[in-house]
Design a protein around this ligand. Structure first.
Ligand code: HEC
Length: 123
């Protein structure tokens, strides 16, 4: 019984957290990130972020979130280093922040917003 209510409580917490509304600054950030995404990423990862068959991976998944930031940034900057992989994309650090915030907070993904400083620390 206790376990059940813990489960329920964490479900409610998650539910409330995921409904939390964004500040207008965060919305503006996501709009800018969307522009970067539509220009540089959509051709492979698709406008719903769900990738393309086996060729290009979906971006909708828990792994994309916080712990995955370093991987996203490195892939954008350096590419995946193999022929059929992701190529380096020439973006400013600010554009990288915007697009990573976008993919981590769209299609049901949810993560804390990053700052340019955090991106610089990764590179
Ligand atoms: C030329 C096609 C192509 C473009 C354009 C592209 N990607 Fe990718 N992306 C890939 C491929 C292929 C992989 C898998 C590479 C790997 O695993 O090393 C990948 C992997 C990723 C991953 C990691 C996914 C995972 O499962 O770990 C992220 C995050 C990502 N891309 C984000 C982006 C963003 C953001 C952009 C735009 C700035 C972008 N990609 C543009 C092809 C592309």
């Amino acid at each position: 019984m206790i376990q059940k209510s813990i489960l329920w409580a964490s479900f409610m917490y998650f539910f409330l957290f995921s409904c939390e509304s964004l500040t207008s600054e965060q919305k503006a950030e996501l709009d800018r990130g969307r522009e970067v995404y539509l220009t540089h990423c959509v051709s492979c990862h698709g406008d719903k972020g769900d990738g393309m068959g086996g060729a290009y991976p979906t971006l909708i998944k828990p792994e994309i979130l916080e712990a995955h930031t370093a991987r996203s940034v490195t892939l954008i900057k350096q590419g995946s280093g193999f022929e059929a992989g992701m190529k380096p994309i020439d973006l400013t650090n600010q554009e990288i922040v915007e697009v990573v915030n976008y993919i981590q907070n769209t299609w049901g993904n949810k993560a804390p917003f990053l700052t340019e400083k955090q991106i610089q620390d990764i590179l």
